[in-house]
Design a protein around this ligand. Structure first.
Ligand code: ADE
Length: 255
C-alpha cells in the first residue's frame, strides 16, 4: 500500500492526527519522532515538521528516504498576503518559492542555483483533492470550530484559495515587509517558513507534494497576536477535519 507522509507544523495538529492513529509506532531518527500507523485504512507516517526551511527539509528527506513515503502533505499556518486572503481562510499551494533566495547576479533573483527554477509546483491531483476537502470543511466551519471560536476570531464565511505560497526563514510581522513581498510577488496568497523547502526535496525525489495552510494572521504589525490560541481553536481543528475528510474520501493506492 502507498504510504502517505503527513508533516504538521504545529504540535497541536500532530496530536490531533495521532489521536486517530491508535496503532501508531514511534521511530526516532535525526532527533525527530516519526509516527508510523494507519488512518481511514491508509498507511501513514506523521511527524512534526520543525520550523524553518533547513529543519523542514531534513524532516522531509528522512520521510522520503528512510520511510519511503509515496506522497507528502504539509499542514500548518501562514500569514495572508493576497488582498482577499483573511484570517481563518485556507490556502492550498499550487506553487512554492523561497522569497529569501537570492544568488544574483550569478543567478536570477529567487532562482534556486543549479535547478534553473525559482518556482516548484505542487502535485495537481493531490492539491485538488485537498482543496475539495477544505471546501467541505469550511462550508461548515461553525460545526468544526463552534460559535465561540468563530466569534472570538471574527470569522465569517471562511474561503479556500489556491495559488502561490512564499517561504522564507523569517516570521513576517510588519506591514512594510508584507507590502514589499506583495510587490515582488503580486500573485502571492500567503507566506510561511517551510513549504518551498519541502517542495524542493519532493522535487528531488520525484514524490508528489501538497501543502495546505490556515491563515493565522495578515503578516502585518499585529501578526503575533493570539497566535497560539488561534492554532488550538481554529488551525488544528481545520487540519484534522480536512485530512480526515480527504483520507476518508480517498482509496488507499497500491504502491
Ligand atoms: N506563519 C504564520 N504566520 C506567518 C507569518 N506572518 N510569517 C511567516 N510565517 C508565518
Amino acid at each position: 500500500m502507498a504510504v502517505i507522509g503527513i508533516m504538521s507544523a504545529m504540535h497541536e495538529e500532530l496530536a490531533a492526527v495521532l489521536a486517530h492513529m491508535p496503532d501508531e509506532q514511534r521511530v526516532s531518527v535525526a532527533g525527530r519522532d516519526f509516527f508510523v500507523g494507519h488512518w481511514h485504512g491508509h498507511a501513514l507516517v506523521a511527524v512534526l515538521s520543525r520550523i524553518g526551511k533547513v529543519a523542514a527539509a531534513t524532516t522531509a528527506t528522512v520521510l522520503l528516504e528512510r520511510f519511503g513515503v509515496d506522497q507528502l502533505v504539509f499542514t500548518g499556518v501562514a500569514g495572508g498576503l493576497g488582498a482577499d486572503v483573511r484570517v481563518g481562510d485556507v490556502v492550498v499551494a499550487t506553487k512554492c518559492v523561497q522569497h529569501d533566495m537570492d544568488a544574483s547576479p550569478l543567478f536570477a533573483p529567487h532562482e534556486v542555483p543549479l535547478y534553473g527554477r525559482a518556482f516548484f509546483d505542487t502535485d495537481l491531483p493531490l492539491s485538488v483533492q485537498l482543496a475539495q476537502a477544505s471546501e467541505a470543511v469550511l462550508q461548515h466551519a461553525e460545526q468544526h470550530l463552534g460559535q465561540a471560536a468563530m466569534a472570538e476570531f471574527a470569522l465569517k464565511a471562511p474561503q479556500v484559495h489556491q495559488g502561490l505560497v512564499l517561504s522564507g526563514d523569517r516570521f513576517v510581522s510588519t506591514s512594510a515587509e508584507s507590502q514589499a513581498l506583495r510587490q515582488r510577488f503580486p500573485a502571492a496568497m500567503a507566506v510561511e517558513m517551510e513549504g518551498a523547502a519541502v517542495a524542493q526535496v519532493c522535487f528531488d525525489f520525484g514524490v508528489p507534494f501538497a501543502a495546505l495552510r490556515t491563515i493565522s494572521d495578515r503578516a502585518d504589525d499585529t501578526a503575533h497576536a493570539d497566535f497560539n490560541q488561534f492554532i488550538g481553536a481554529v488551525a488544528s481543528r481545520y487540519s484534522l477535519a480536512i485530512l480526515s475528510g480527504w483520507l476518508g474520501q480517498t482509496r488507499p493506492v497500491k504502491a
